[in-house]
Design a protein around this ligand. Structure first.
Ligand code: COD
Ligand code: ZN
Ligand code: ZN
Length: 380
């Protein structure tokens, strides 16, 4: 029986309040309105940002909410006005939209889009659809969307400019990582830092994002790649993916930036922070070389205001930059990244530590919090 135009009842993980585990619930998912698409999610990764969004320290989160922003699925139905998608298309929801018409989308200088340009933090954005309503209900209550994607529901509704159509042969339980972790880290190295052949790099934080940044540094031809983490169990995979030196800051008396500077005749060419920790951001900037060192910030600190940069650090030629979704224009780039993966140009499979049934979502978050996984992919 066709579900088109009808409310679909399905499984979702709801975060009812901050700091509590998810509850698996039956939710009602309304049909897509104009320029919206309802997607059956097949697989979704678990990213640290989802954990930030449900943490007690993140003050801007709205509850109850369906989190999840690293999914892949199949179009179930389309609302009026949708021209680019049809039922059956394989797709990746995009938390960074690309409307194609705003001043940002029309400029090659940024991958941001007007739809996300005014937010205080990108992870507290797109809590509702563009008409200010939700497509999710549970127990008579409206449930908030998250980042315009809400992939922790078997069915979700997204805006047309927040969706990329991908190769129908793509394995969704792997390419879902292109929806966030892989693209963010890889792009931070390739697009934002613009890592050069023969250069030295340091990557702070070896989760799914940092490991992807290492892959980006390697693909760009870096000759030396420092991988920094306080969890040494991350080092073996970092090496496999291209790291030449793995360092645990806790093994040294001196600050890690000094150690790296000593090992590199004054500092690295590029440093990428993939943690979201203010102290580490300072260390990342501090480990770059005077003259031209570039520090790229990927992480967002959810419970601290910001960090100070001394004018001298900048006067001495260091640059600081940051990236959202790795600098990729989402609608244009995601299908190409999927094609590149299918052509064997990079290794997504290595990032997947566990693949679990969706019902084990709380276990997947525990694995991440305990430092036992780079990425867990949940399949419905
Ligand atoms: N020093 C060294 N390593 C550390 C430290 C520290 N002080 N603290 C933690 N680490 C290591 C951990 O052991 C872990 O291995 C790694 O850092 C972090 O990995 P994960 O798996 O927790 O995180 P990722 O890779 O899923 O995500 C990292 C982000 C930086 C993207 C995330 O934390 C973040 O800041 N998100 C907000 C930014 C945003 O919205 N991005 C877009 C969507 S992700
Ligand atoms: Zn993410
Ligand atoms: Zn736009």
């Amino acid at each position: 029986m066709s579900t088109v135009g009808k409310v679909i009842k399905c499984k979702a993980a709801i975060a009812w309040e901050a700091g509590k585990p998810f509850s698996l619930e039956e939710v009602e998912v309304s049909p897509p309105k104009d320029y919206e698409i309802r997607v059956k999610i097949i697989a979704t990764g678990v990213c640290r940002t989802d954990a930030h969004a449900m943490s007690l320290s993140f003050k801007e989160g709205l509850f109850p909410v369906i989190l999840g922003h690293e999914g892949a699925g199949i179009v179930e139905s389309t609302g009026a006005g949708v021209t680019k998608f049809k039922p059956g298309d394989k797709v990746i929801p995009l938390y960074l939209p690309q409307c194609g018409q705003c001043k940002f989308c029309l400029s090659p200088k940024t991958n941001l889009c007007e739809r996300i340009s005014k937010v205080k933090t990108p992870i507290s954005d797109q809590d509702l659809m563009l008409d200010g309503t939700s497509r999710f209900m549970c127990k008579g209550q409206q449930i908030y969307h998250f980042m315009g994607t809400s992939t922790f529901s078997e069915y979700t509704v997204v805006v047309e400019s927040s969706l990329a159509k991908i190769d129908p042969a793509a394995p969704l339980d792997k390419v879902c990582l292109i929806g966030c972790g892989f693209s963010t880290g890889f792009g931070a190295a390739i697009n934002t830092a613009k890592v050069e052949p023969g250069s030295t790099c340091s990557v702070f934080g070896l989760g799914g994002v940092g490991l992807s940044a290492i892959m980006g540094c390697k693909a760009a031809g870096a000759s030396r790649i420092f991988a920094i983490d306080i969890n040494k169990s991350k080092f073996a995979l970092a090496k496999e993916l291209g790291a030449t030196d793995c360092l645990n800051p806790q093994d040294f008396k001196k600050p890690i930036q000094e150690i790296i500077a000593e090992m590199t005749n004054g500092g690295v060419d590029f440093a990428i922070e993939c943690i979201g920790d203010i102290k580490v951001m300072k260390a990342a900037l501090g480990c770059t070389t005077v003259g031209w060192g570039t520090c790229v910030i990927v992480g967002v600190s959810v419970d601290e205001e910001g960090f100070t940069v001394s004018p001298m650090e900048l006067i001495m030629g260091r640059k600081i930059n940051a990236t959202f979704f790795g600098g990729w224009k989402s609608v244009d780039s995601v299908p190409k990244l999927v094609t590149d993966y299918m052509a064997g140009k990079f290794n997504l499979d290595a990032l997947v530590t566990y693949t679990l049934p969706f019902d084990k979502i709380n276990e997947a978050f525990d694995l991440m919090r305990e430092g036992k996984s780079n990425r867990t992919v949940l399949v419905y």
